[in-house]
Design a protein. Structure first.
Length: 93
């Protein structure tokens, strides 16, 4: 198993749980789940082991669109907070 993505709908939020490794192919599946989910959206990252730059960019983008990221391990949180996968700045100083 590279990734398991499960969706549960509560009274006020939809929670998508991501378990395993999130790469480019898995990111496409995740984004499809997010598009079809009711809002507001919560992404449970407790079971996320690691991800590549595509996964990092996807999770950052979902967060910017209003998704709440919960349960990230310190390692996953560090990946999300590093410059890897971050968009390049438009100008130089």
């Amino acid at each position: 198993m590279r990734v398991r993505i499960t969706t549960s709908t509560g009274a006020k939020t939809t929670t998508i749980r991501i378990e395993g490794w999130l790469g480019a192919l898995e990111t496409a599946e995740l984004l499809g789940e997010c598009r079809s989910a009711d809002q507001p959206l919560r992404l449970n990252l407790k079971g996320l082991i690691s991800m590549d730059d595509t996964g990092i960019r996807a999770l950052r983008g979902l967060q910017e669109e209003g998704a709440e990221l919960i349960g990230a391990s310190p390692y996953v949180q560090q990946l999300l907070n590093t410059s890897a996968g971050a968009p390049e700045s438009a100008g130089s100083e």
